[in-house]
Ligand binder design. Structure first.
Ligand SMILES: NC(=O)c1ccc[n+]([C@@H]2O[C@H](COP(=O)([O-])OP(=O)(O)OC[C@H]3O[C@@H](n4cnc5c(N)ncnc54)[C@H](O)[C@@H]3O)[C@@H](O)[C@H]2O)c1
Length: 253
């Protein structure tokens, strides 16, 4: 098989305290990359780095609040000082766990603002903190984690759907603005995936969606890793501004 070209690449994953973020961190470490697991939940990020280190791979952890410009630039400085730069950014942090489903007329303004601050502004803040390092290196790849829910327009979920729609739109602008470096910027859009967060959000999560997709089983966090590895790798060297839906064939876009 062709080498993915990820050996020794420095990968920063946000929202890496558990769930998909931890799976991305472990998946990239297994592909030979050096991982920086970051999260608002510093303890969870440390745990992720420790799991990877125990498996004999290189990993670091850092606390970050993606909604805060100072926190994002402090992380960029840490990464520059510790590792000399970054090659791949996975913007995975989001308000997802604990988000209540509500009719759009009922959504509290403070909840709306929080979802937008983390899911939309956070992607912008983190990306603009790290692109100077990628520009300096002359290349980079950014993967923004959206959601396949954008294409189904899930009801009682408008704040979340809107935020992930914005992530797809922002990715296209970023791809055009960063293409000359080149920094490739793509979206991974998972369908419903079993993580601690989703298990707590949806009743009967194990069976949710099983019959609705072309592939008749529930997705695990590990199912999302291959798509991220592909988008970050040399195999996707001419792919930018795209959205890769990984949902077992529930929606075709
Ligand atoms: N699980 C699913 O079914 C599913 C489906 C589609 C998309 N997604 C997306 O995948 C990603 C991960 O989902 P998950 O299931 O692992 O959920 P999760 O809630 O466990 O992961 C989100 C992580 O983001 C972190 N975070 C929240 N606010 C932050 C902030 N201000 N700064 C830094 N980190 C912050 C949380 O601490 C958490 O670790 C999210 O972007 C989610 O929207 C999940």
């Amino acid at each position: 098989m062709r080498d993915l070209g990820l050996t020794g690449k420095r990968v920063l994953v946000t929202g890496a305290a558990g769930g998909l973020g931890r799976a991305f961190a472990e998946g990239f470490a297994n592909a030979g990359a050096c991982v920086i697991a970051s999260d608002l939940n510093a303890h969870g990020a440390q745990e992720t780095a420790a799991i990877i280190a125990e498996a004999g791979q290189e990993a670091h952890s850092a606390k970050v609040d993606v909604t805060c410009a100072e926190s994002c630039s402090a992380l960029a400085t840490t990464v520059q000082d510790r590792l000399g730069g970054v090659d791949i950014l996975i913007n995975n942090a989001a308000v997802y766990a604990g988000l209540e489903r509500q009719a759009f007329e009922e959504i509290d303004e403070s909840v709306w603002d929080k979802v937008m601050a983390v899911n939309v502004k956070g992607v912008w803040q983190m990306s603009r903190a790290l692109t100077p390092l990628m520009r300096q290196a002359g290349s980079g790849a950014i993967i923004n984690v959206a959601s396949a829910t954008v294409f189904s327009g899930s009801p009682q979920w408008m704040h979340y759907v809107a935020s992930k729609g914005a992530v797809i739109a922002m990715t296209r602008s970023m791809a055009r603005e960063l293409g000359d470096v080149p920094i490739r910027t793509n979206v991974l859009a998972p369908g419903f995936t079993l993580t601690e967060a989703s298990l707590n959000l949806i009743e009967d999560a194990e069976n949710y969606g099983v019959t609705r997709g072309a592939l008749k089983r529930a997705a695990t966090a590990e199912d999302m890793v291959g798509g991220a590895l592909y988008l970050a790798s040399d195999l996707a060297g001419f792919v930018t501004g795209q959205t890769l839906v990984v949902d077992g064939g529930r929606q075709f876009i």
